[in-house]
Design a protein around this ligand. Structure first.
Ligand SMILES: *Cc1c(COP(=O)(O)O)cnc(C)c1O
Length: 226
């Protein structure tokens, strides 16, 4: 039996309840993270109403985008680490890139975005936990990169993305999420196009919403274990 529509329904409901419980006023988008899952699983989620999907690996993502071309209103988000030699495929096929953390990548994405396509939506990934294993920019460097991105013709700066610490320490993660929210509010005052704070995964999304996330990224909760 296909459990994806059922899981998705309970996720939508849980998001609503979380918003009510925490009295948050921002609207919250759900990004369905489909890495390692087949195109049929994405199609099931689509039939249940989901439109935004996230992929971590360039070639795998591009293959699924081709396979699901007929679902033309899907918004595809690239959320994995991005090497510059793969940037062209991303610029040509995706609608969003959430993992931009350096000028070189931003510049290439803008140059490689095909003419006639709308600007590529970009989030700057912040390494809020300062863990060496994680990609992302240090907070202090945010405004410099934001300014560079804002000048690039084929990118639209939409906001920030982060991956919280993988920890049982709720207070530590809360501190990180609140710092992200403060950075996001600051960025919003400078750029009208900024409206997205992407944080929270299957293990910590309620906390992220309580701290101001406008987009959460769920894989396991929708598609099951990888
Ligand atoms: C895999 C992944 C997710 C989803 O993770 P789950 O724990 O399965 O919800 C979210 N964001 C990023 C950047 C990921 O790589």
């Amino acid at each position: 039996m296909n459990t994806i529509p059922k899981r998705l329904d309970s996720v939508y409901l849980a998001i609503q309840n979380c918003q009510i419980d925490h009295g948050v006023t921002q609207s919250v988008q759900l990004l369905a993270v489909s890495k390692t899952k087949p195109a049929e699983d994405i199609e099931s989620a689509y039939q249940a109403g989901q439109r935004q999907f996230g992929e971590n690996y360039v070639q795998e993502g591009v293959d699924k985008i081709h396979a699901l071309k007929h679902l033309s209103d899907i918004q595809w988000h690239f959320i994995g680490p991005l090497q510059s030699n793969k940037s062209r495929l991303v610029a040509e096929h995706f609608d969003w890139v959430q993992s931009v953390d350096r000028e070189k990548i931003a510049r290439r994405l803008s140059e490689q975005r095909p003419t006639g396509q709308p600007a590529l939506n970009v989030l700057i990934q912040i390494n809020i936990s300062h863990e060496a294993s994680k990609s992302g920019l240090d907070e202090q460097e945010l405004l410099v990169l934001a300014e560079k991105i804002a000048e690039l013709p084929n990118l639209t700066l939409r906001g920030l993305m982060t991956i919280g610490s993988n920890t049982d320490d709720d207070a530590l993660r809360q501190q990180e999420f609140l710092r992200m929210h403060a950075l996001f509010e600051r960025l919003k005052t400078k750029y009208d196009s900024v409206d997205t704070l992407s944080m929270g995964m299957s293990g910590d999304w309620q906390q992220a919403i309580a701290c101001g996330a406008t987009m959460i990224r769920l894989g396991t909760a929708i598609f099951g274990q990888r």
